[in-house]
Design a protein around this ligand. Sequence first.
Ligand code: F6P
Length: 545
Amino acid sequence: MAATPALKSRPAWKALASHHAKIGKTHLRELFGDDPKRGARMNAEALGIFLDYSKNRITDETLKLLIRLAKACGVERKRDAMFEGKKINITENRAVLHVALRAPRGAKIVVDGKNVVPAVHATLDKMAKFSDRVRSGQWKGHTGRRIKNVVNIGIGGSDLGPVMAYEALRYYSKRSMTFRFVSNIDGNDFAEAVKDLDAAETLFIVSSKTFTTLETMTNAHSARAWFLKASGGKTAAVAKHFVAVSTNAAEVTKFGIDTANMFGFWDWVGGRYSMDSAIGLSSMLAVGPDNFRAMLDGFHQMDEHFRTAPLEKNLPVLMGLLSVWYSNFFGAQTVAVLPYEQYLKRFPAYLQQLTMESNGKHVTLDGKTVNYDTGSIYWGEPGTNGQHSFYQLIHQGTRLIPCDFIAFVKALNPIGRHHDILMANVFAQAEALAFGKTAEQVRAEGTADWLVPHRVFEGNRPSNTILADNLTPGMLGKLVALYEHCVFTQGAIWNINSFDQWGVELGKALAQAIIPELESKDSPKLRHDSSTNHIIRRYRKLKAS
Ligand code: F6P
């Protein structure tokens, strides 16, 4: 096999570098001034999602060159390999098939000679049956009372997707049920989650791909102890109140959950790509099987768009390429995701794991240290709250922060003038960032000379605006898949493995070594660096006092 050419020596990359030298400083005012049709032209639309990318520091030539780069880097070939079930997660020798989780019944996706789609649907059917029983009150707790509270215990991909989806789809959720999510090893998380719950009406879902994650297993054992204490120590009752979502049947059994109450998934589902697997059980319990399936259909539609649409009209490809443009040619370090939709309040947190655990990598697929930046830092808050906090820096600070604004035409809860005012704000922010306010304009308002520099907005700060009709389960699926495939596109350009996460291991291993040093009765022999030794000794001393 021929060695992959280094990214920066590709002609397409070099062409982009010289193009950047030419147009990199051109102001959006000029780009819009020179082309009155730019706003109506530079957009793409698919599946009810309208992407306005005209307020980016690009020309038609930039797009052509970025598409050329995508082709040169094999984005399409790599994408097809993923959809075909090839083991593209080379460091773990695994296929990457979250797309199979939302493939329609009857589709065929083969891994190791086996079509995985029937098993996906068998699990979905099992989840649906269970959800219907719990939601209808047919599934009863050990005292015969119905389940009113669901507590998902998980962390990372086994938490962030479920919490985000619960919040995003709360409008569609069963209001007579309470949903809580426990993730942190910090005991406060568990204590607060169960404080006001009646154990006899509570169902715990222990969600963990591996079923060995320290945080989740510690919380699961505390939940079991809490439940047993509240229910008079009846171990037999546990079966009615604990179910598991995992790929590890042996560990589930060891914990004491009957595998009949286990919902499985597979090693080809990465944790951060698992919210549409059985890990979404809490989401299904909240919104019901039909809404959950509608969400899966939205995911699938975006998968098909990514798989088949020409690159220049392909929403995730365009977004991925634009972020590469800013990251690698402008030196932008972050991307702000700003949903103007309160129900998406956890979407930026969800995206942090999706984007940064995927693309925070420093070596290429062939193990060479990269000589370019990878893995943009994604962050954000829902609008308009962010406007009254960090937007100042985006508008007038010294750093370039490309923004993704996400907005919906229709409000789920139309109240008076709220929605038009909300939309006015999102459109205004994108406009202000792009065009700013010149010193002449500030002066013309009668501002004193000394104050003028403080009130100038440079502008030329790029953004995408994503406008969709309304936030339905299907639209949530489309949005999440949009970002999943945007991450894929970035990773394919950077030639990294977006599907492993070795970087989380070292800290975990060191914590395991430190736990007995904190718990031991006798002074342990510490072999860390002097700072770590010192702080451990201090902690031990203070906790004993
Ligand atoms: O933080 C590392 C990680 O492995 C994530 O990738 C994963 O989502 C999370 O831990 C939880 O893992 P599990 O579902 O196996 O408990």
